[in-house]
Design a protein around this ligand. Structure first.
Ligand code: PMP
Length: 436
């Protein structure tokens, strides 16, 4: 009998197993709130995904891909399926007014999530600082930390709206001096997310110019998360920071077919940028994911072919989707106002943030708890009203989150019936409030 076989079967490991880079980043708002919403909520306006079907032309493209060339079930080119990188190069070439090489200026990723991950791994070293504008899509912070970097936060500060008006996401602005003060020799990159999740803010030309000027002055990179680029309302324009002077050479644009074609489960994303930067993203990609699923890329390529032909025309999905979502935004705004929440009108995205400070007396105090009010409120609303949302302080750093506990985020990319069910809940709630 060998020595090995004489060891007890239930011998346990005793050494610590967690890599240091995971310290302090184990909490994840989505894991907790998706579970709670599944248990309690009748209507889920929490997590950001459409519950309406993907457009017919995309489904048809997927059907064709499934039943057509059998090679579409095998690996494709590692850095992006050729038909997809070709059409992305054509479209973004047109939008940016520059010739793009599909093979070196575009890379396909597993959703925008992997695109972000590639950027932080490719560019951030131990000790590098990355500027993040608050509130922010929550994964930026742990991803910077995992790469060994230090996130440096700069807030969008709300300005009170004019008498009686509802606040707009445009009322949340950067203070130019404060922003400038965050740039230092250690700064490697800034993350810009316009339109912004969670506020729905669409950064103006002036705001982007301010950021661009600082990027050029301090010679730093810009990671531009533009996953909601097609979802802008009230005639506003999405401006691509990479198109501003001096920015193409230092910017990686990130996009997502999940948001573009209302198919978040497909997890097809992309990056666009100069080869000088893209080559390092390819290094991370080839040493982690390597290939993305072929079928989804083929169908998304067909979807973009269609959109390229219909660009700017009334039948274009990029024209129809925002029009439909703007109407849904306005429906939800009205009922939130009726129940006494103060919505901040988003200029873009499919999220809407609402002020819940007037509801403090409705929600019982949780004794001996240091849970922020927006968390307590959201859980209470799920359990008692059956309506799910997400607490806004989850989109801030720990320090600033403490100052932003009076807001929650709703997603309005939902079927008419889902929104109506949410509105019914709000209506009933309002009646209860007025009769008590
Ligand atoms: N960036 C932002 C701002 C997002 O809101 C999301 C999705 N919620 C992503 C990136 C990730 O996109 P994907 O689902 O394509 O990975």
């Amino acid at each position: 009998q060998t020595h090995f076989l004489s060891l007890p079967l239930q011998a346990k490991m005793s050494r610590p197993v967690q890599a240091r880079r995971l310290e302090g980043i184990d909490k994840n708002i989505w894991v907790d709130f998706v579970k709670l919403a599944g248990t309690y909520a009748k209507v889920n306006l929490g997590q950001g995904f459409p519950d309406f079907p993907v457009p017919d032309f995309l489904l048809e493209a997927l059907r064709q891909a499934l039943g057509g060339n059998h090679m579409l079930h095998q690996y494709t080119r590692a850095f992006g399926h050729p038909p997809l990188v070709n059409v992305l190069a054509q479209l973004f070439g047109k939008l940016l007014g520059r010739e793009l090489d599909p093979m070196s200026n575009v890379m396909v990723t597993v959703g925008a999530y992997q695109a972000l991950f590639c950027c932080f791994q490719a560019f951030v070293d131990e000790g590098d600082e990355v500027i993040i504008i608050e509130p922010f899509f929550d994964c930026y912070m742990p991803m910077v930390k995992m790469a060994g970097g230090t996130p440096v936060f700069v807030p969008l500060r709300p300005k009170p709206p004019k008498d009686g008006n509802l606040m707009s996401s445009a009322d949340w602005q950067l203070d130019p001096a404060e922003l400038a003060s965050k740039f230092s020799e250690r700064t490697k990159a800034i993350v810009v997310n316009s339109p912004n999740n969670p506020l729905g803010k669409v950064f103006s030309q002036g705001e982007l110019e301010l950021i661009a000027e600082l990027c050029v002055k301090h010679d730093i990179l810009c990671i531009s998360d533009e996953v909601y680029e097609w979802l802008v309302y009230d005639g506003r324009q999405h401006i691509r920071i990479a198109s501003l002077p001096g920015m193409w050479d230092r910017t990686v644009i990130i996009g997502s077919a999940g948001k573009t074609f209302s198919a978040t489960g497909w997890k097809v994303g992309w990056t666009v940028g100069p080869d000088r930067l893209m080559r390092h993203l390819r290094t991370v990609h080839q040493n982690s994911i390597y290939h993305c699923a072929t079928i989804g890329q083929e169908a998304v390529a067909q979807g973009f072919q269609r959109e390229l032909k219909l660009y700017g025309k009334p039948d274009s999905y990029f024209v129809q989707l925002p029009r439909e979502l703007q109407r849904k935004r306005d429906m939800l705004v009205q009922s939130l106002v009726a129940v006494g929440m103060k919505p901040i009108i988003p200029e873009g995205t499919y999220f809407l943030v609402a002020d819940i400070s007037e509801f403090k007396s409705e929600v019982p105090d949780v004794p001996d708890s240091d849970e922020p009010y927006d968390y307590t409120f959201t859980k209470w609303m799920m359990k008692n009203k059956g309506l799910a949302a997400i607490p806004l302080s989850a989109f801030f750093s720990e320090t600033s989150g403490k100052n932003h506990t009076n807001f929650i985020r709703f997603c309005f990319a939902k079927e008419e019936a889902t929104l109506k069910a949410a509105i019914d809940i709000l209506q009933k709630w309002k009646e209860e409030k007025t009769s008590s």
